[in-house]
Design a protein around this ligand. Structure first.
Ligand code: EPU
Length: 315
């Protein structure tokens, strides 16, 4: 299915190796569409597609994918501060960079988002996966989101209507986040800046940030059982297949440090899951999303995700 001439004149369409658009630096080609005009979103989504943000939590098959890859461009990358009494509402587009949003909030003395300092994402991706750290989640400050469910038009949804949980917004696959409003209290910019700097420093000390990766590969199976600690205790740090290895710095990271392939990652993931299940009875579930790969890189919720949910709910 081709695009109309008007669409092609207003938006960017190009076959692109997805390795260039993912932090894992892995993945074959796909037709990538950057939708700059809001009115053209319907046409972009009117064919099998996948939404791409910063590509920071993504593993793409070496053969690439047949679906169109949609990125949200100019009309979805706005940022507005709307002062209210004692607070500020921040309206931000899904295509806005999360780090830039954090910097702008810190500079304006708006508290909350600095807790996500160092998380690589676009706002839309961070909303969809409820990206977070050990202490806070993206959806913590969101008052409402603009979403589009499959087959529907855009609409705003209140935060309270999102059945969000650890690393999930709770909405069905195919939901597109278009933007959000954050309801933020005021704070001292210097203290917010210090908090952001401290969090980034802690991350840099415990995670292999200089190497290509997709961040933490697995969800923590339970609040009291971090996946990294479990994989480390299995002696898997440094385990290598082809050009990819379990990071010696943080065992829940797989790094693509020697020109690896998505297939190397899939095989490492299978090896880690087998050992965790065989030796500890723990089913590790991927946090990283995979495109064009089979069940070996499944993101389907398994027994351990249910366990995590119940422990998070109990907390
Ligand atoms: N640990 C080990 N060995 C390792 C790694 C960790 O023993 O190789 C231990 C640590 O010493 C610590 C515990 O495991 O006692 C937890 O480790 P860490 O503090 O690094 O936190 P995490 O649960 O592994 C979570 C998020 C990270 C986020 C950090 C910091 C998940 C899956 N991961 O990691 O998020 O950056 O907290 O807030 O929830 C990501 O989502 O991609 C990600 C990196």
């Amino acid at each position: 299915m081709t695009f109309t001439a008007g669409f092609l004149s207003r938006n960017q369409v190009a076959v692109t190796p997805l390795a260039e658009l993912t932090t894992f630096r892995l993945g074959g080609p796909a037709t990538v569409v950057t939708v700059d005009h809001r009115d053209d979103l319907v046409e972009a989504l009117d064919r099998p597609h996948r939404l791409l943000g910063r590509g920071a939590n993504l593993l793409v098959a070496d053969a690439g994918i047949g679906e169109t890859v949609v990125r949200l461009g100019r009309d979805f990358a706005g940022l507005e501060f709307l002062p209210r009494i004692g607070r500020t509402l921040v309206r931000v587009g899904a295509g806005f960079d999360l780090a830039a949003l954090i910097n702008r909030c810190v500079a304006a003395g708006l508290a909350g988002p600095e807790g996500l300092a160092g998380v690589p994402a676009q706002v839309g991706g961070a909303l969809r996966m409820n990206a977070g750290t050990a202490t806070c989640w993206m959806l913590d400050w969101v008052a409402r989101c603009e979403i589009q469910l499959p087959g529907e038009g855009p609409r705003w949804i209140e935060r309270a209507e999102l059945p969000a949980r650890y690393r999930h917004c709770g909405l069905p696959p195919g939901t597109v986040f278009l933007g959000a409003e954050l309801d933020l209290a005021h704070g001292d910019p210097e203290r917010l800046r210090q908090t952001a700097a401290r969090l980034k420093k802690a991350k840099a000390a415990s995670q292999p940030l200089a190497l290509a990766s997709a961040g933490c590969v697995f969800k923590n199976p339970r609040a009291d059982l971090p996946a990294g600690k479990l994989i480390d205790s299995l002696g898997l740090k440094g385990e290598r297949i082809g050009g990819c290895a379990v990071s010696p710095v943080h065992a829940n990271f797989i790094v693509n440090d020697q020109g690896g392939t998505a297939d190397d990652v899939v095989r490492l993931v299978a090896r880690i899951r087998e050992r965790a299940w065989g030796e500890r009875g723990v089913e590790l579930v991927m946090e990283v999303e995979s495109w064009g790969l089979g069940p070996a890189a499944s993101t389907a919720a398994g027994r351990s995700a249910a366990m995590h949910r119940s422990s998070a709910e109990a907390a």
